[in-house]
Design a protein around this ligand. Structure first.
Ligand code: FE2
Length: 384
C-alpha cells in the first residue's frame, strides 16, 4: 500500500457581500500595505471598484497599490513586474483579484519578493519557500479554483511553455468567495470558466490515485455545477447560482490535488500554441476525451452520471458511460460550448506542435488510462 497525502487548509469566507469583511481580516493577518494584482480588463469593473471601496480611497496616505498588467495566460514578466511594484512600494502582502491569471501571477510574485532575480526554471531546486508575504485571493470567475491551489501556472521565458510552480507555502491565507463580484461576468466567460471547473471535477474523480476525500468533493462539485451553471449562464445576477459556481470551482481545485488527466494535457497546448481560453479549450476536448477513456475503462463515468442526476446505477458499464457522456455533451451545448477547434482559429498545420506539447504535459500521466502521441493526434483531429 502506498502513502497518500490529504490537505484542505484554506480559510474561506463565502457569501454575498463577504468582501466587506476584508479590512478586519487584513488586520488579523498584519497586512497594512497590500499590492493588488489584477489584469487590465478588471480595473474598470464593478468588482475592482468594490474592492477599492472596501480598502478606502487612494491618495491621503495611500495604503494600497495596484499592478494591473497580468496577461490572459500569465507570463514570467507579469510576475517580475508585480514583484517589482511590491518592493518599490514597500508592500507587505498581496491581494489578487480576478480570474485564474491574476491569482496565479499574484501568488507567484511573492516568490520573487523573497528571492529577487530568481530563475524559475530552478524552482524545484529551491528548498526553502517559507516566509512568503501573505496572500489573499478574491476570484471574480468560477473556474480555475486557483484561489485554493498551491500552484501557479506561468509561461516561462526560457521554455515558452507553461510551467507549474508548486509549493504548499504558496497557499492563500484567506479566500473570499463573494458571488456579487461575479455577476458582471458575461455568459460566454461564465460558460467557459464553469466548464473548466466541471473538467477539474470529472478528471480528478476519475484519476486513479487513492483519495476518497477528493472523490467526494469532486462528485458534489459536479452536482452543483450541473444545477447552477446553466442558471448563471442564463441570468448573470442569480446570486445563488453564482455562489454555488464559486464554491464548486474551489471544490474542483481542491479535488485536483489528486491530479488531472488527458483533457488538461490537450487543453494546455491549445492555450500556449493557439492562445485559446483555458476553459474553452477544456470544454471542446472534454467529450472526445471521455469517449476515449470510457472505451478503455468501461464504467468509469457511472458515478459521474449519478452526480449529474442520471439513473445509471443498474445500467451496464458501457450504457452508464454512454448516458453520462451524452448528458455532458448536451450540457455543454446548452451553454454554447459545442463548437470545434477550427471555429476558434486552430489550424491543421499546428497539429504537430500541439501533439508534441500534449505528450510533454504532465497531466495525462495521471489519466485513468495511458495516452500515446498517436492518441493525442486522433483526439485533436476528432475535435478540429
Ligand atoms: Fe483547468
Amino acid at each position: 500500500m502506498s502513502f497518500s497525502s490529504f490537505s484542505f487548509p484554506t480559510p474561506t469566507l463565502f457569501g454575498a457581500g463577504a468582501l466587506a469583511e476584508l479590512p478586519q481580516r487584513m488586520k488579523r493577518l498584519g497586512l497594512n500595505r497590500p499590492l493588488i494584482v489584477t489584469d487590465p480588463g478588471l480595473v474598470n469593473t464593478g468588482a475592482f471598484q468594490a474592492l477599492t471601496q472596501v480598502l478606502g480611497p487612494e491618495g491621503q496616505g495611500k495604503h494600497w497599490f495596484a499592478y494591473s498588467g497580468v496577461h490572459p495566460n500569465p507570463i514570467e514578466q507579469d510576475v517580475r513586474d508585480a514583484a517589482q511594484c511590491f518592493s518599490q512600494n514597500s508592500c507587505d502582502g498581496v491581494i489578487a483579484i480576478g480570474g485564474g491569471s491574476p491569482l496565479d501571477a499574484g501568488k507567484a510574485a511573492r516568490l520573487l519578493v523573497k528571492r529577487p532575480g530568481f530563475d524559475f526554471t530552478k524552482f524545484y531546486d529551491e528548498p526553502d519557500w517559507s516566509g512568503l508575504a501573505p496572500f489573499i485571493a478574491i476570484p471574480t470567475t468560477a473556474g480555475t479554483g486557483s484561489e485554493v491551489g498551491r500552484s501557479s501556472v506561468i509561461t516561462l521565458d526560457a521554455t515558452r511553455r507553461k510551467a507549474v510552480l508548486f509549493h504548499p507555502e504558496m497557499l492563500a491565507k484567506l479566500v473570499i468567495l463573494d458571488p456579487e463580484l461575479t455577476v458582471g461576468l458575461p455568459p460566454k466567460l461564465t460558460a467557459a470558466t464553469g466548464a473548466d471547473a466541471l473538467t477539474h471535477c470529472i478528471e480528478s474523480f476519475t484519476c486513479p490515485q487513492f483519495h476518497p476525500m477528493c472523490d467526494g468533493i469532486a462528485l458534489e462539485g459536479i452536482r452543483l455545477i450541473v444545477e447552477a451553471l446553466p442558471r448563471a449562464y442564463a441570468r448573470g445576477d442569480d446570486l445563488e447560482a453564482r455562489g454555488h459556481m464559486l464554491v464548486a470551482a474551489a471544490m474542483g481545485a481542491v479535488a485536483f490535488q489528486k491530479d488531472l488527466g488527458v483533457v488538461h494535457s490537450l487543453a494546455h497546448p491549445l492555450s500556449t500554441v493557439c492562445g485559446m481560453h483555458h476553459g474553452l479549450a477544456n470544454a471542446l476536448c472534454l467529450v472526445a476525451s471521455m469517449k476515449f477513456c470510457a472505451q478503455r475503462k468501461p464504467g468509469i463515468y457511472r458515478r459521474v452520471g449519478i452526480a449529474c442526476g442520471l439513473e445509471v446505477m443498474q445500467c451496464s458499464a458501457s450504457e452508464a458511460d454512454q448516458q453520462t457522456i451524452t448528458f455532458i455533451a448536451d450540457f455543454l451545448t446548452r451553454i454554447g460550448l459545442n463548437t470545434r477547434l477550427s471555429d476558434h482559429g486552430v489550424k491543421r498545420e499546428q497539429l504537430d506542435a500541439l501533439v508534441a506539447q500534449a505528450v510533454d504535459d504532465p497531466c495525462h500521466k495521471t489519466n485513468v488510462v495511458p495516452v500515446t502521441a498517436e492518441d493525442f493526434r486522433k483526439l485533436y483531429l476528432e475535435v478540429l
